[in-house]
Design a protein around this ligand. Structure first.
Ligand SMILES: [Fe+2]
Length: 273
């Protein structure tokens, strides 16, 4: 069963308002939980790497974009969050925005507004995204699937690993070689209970999404495991990058003993033995 087949009847796991990893339902909700302030502004994380914290999604979920400046000076936006004039000005100060990346099939909702702002930027999306009914309906233009031949401008700076799943899910992990930074999206969540509404804390803990060793929510783990050894081998390749820090869309970044922390957070997927 494909993702859109499910959507026709009852909504896909990536689009329900109960989606614990945000994504498509991201415009919902209201400010009220402790986010990673300040929001919607560039924060330097390493050489040529910035993050933009935003949200909340679904009323309480923080979400994050990663901004990468490539060796030639072009700028790549990974999992774009909401656009704003101030943020645009900041990003324009880094260099020309040439690449917009939807790194998994659930993180695309803010692409249209960035496409309008940067009509000449290339849109690279996780395999399967372009087929989704909601994506087509929203008028998202996908120029390339990740895992086609990747742009020459990324060579030497970015490595990618496709982590497949079932039900049409896929996520592409990015590794920025110069800074040894791994950029994931939903494959690791690391929510800090103190930042969540009290009523949600037990649920987040139960779903395995909480710091210090947060994991993807239980349903997403089940979806990814449908891809069996292909997903496990992809996870092993991701850990083998031995990153010094790991960024992802929701929760506290891994920046202490990052490779070991990543190994713990992906233990559910890594090959056994
Ligand atoms: Fe998400």
């Amino acid at each position: 069963m494909r993702l859109d087949d499910r959507t026709d009847r009852a909504g896909s796991p990536f689009e329900s308002s109960m989606d614990p990893v945000g994504g498509d339902a991201g415009r919902m909700g209201h400010a009220g939980a402790a986010m990673y302030l300040p929001l919607d502004t560039l924060k330097p994380l390493a050489d040529d790497i910035w993050i933009v914290d935003s949200g909340p999604l679904l009323g309480s979920l923080p979400v994050r974009m990663t901004v990468i400046r490539l060796p030639g000076g072009d700028v790549l936006l990974h999992s774009p969050t909401r656009i704003g004039a101030g943020l645009r000005d900041e990003i324009d100060g880094l260099g020309p925005v040439r690449f917009l990346v939807a790194p998994n099939v659930a993180h695309w909702m803010f692409l249209p507004e960035w496409q309008r702002a940067y009509p000449r930027a290339e849109i690279w999306a996780a395999p399967g995204l372009r087929r989704r009914r909601q994506v087509r309906r929203a008028g998202v233009r996908v120029d390339h699937d990740l895992y086609e031949k990747l742009p020459a401008a990324w060579a030497g700076a970015l490595d990618t690993v496709l982590v497949p799943g079932g039900l049409g899910f896929s996520e592409v992990a990015f590794f920025h070689r110069p800074s040894r930074t791994l950029v994931l999206t939903d494959l690791v969540l690391n929510l800090e209970p103190a930042r969540l509404p009290a009523l949600l804390r037990p649920l987040a803990r139960l779903a395995g999404m909480t710091a210090p060793h947060g994991r993807a929510p239980v349903y997403l783990r089940a979806v990814v495991k449908l891809a069996g050894s292909r997903a496990a081998e992809a996870a092993a390749r991701v850990v083998a990058f031995r990153p010094e820090r790991v960024i992802f869309a929701h929760g506290r970044i891994l920046d202490q003993d990052a490779t070991e922390a990543l190994r713990r957070s992906l233990a559910w997927l890594l090959p056994q033995g």
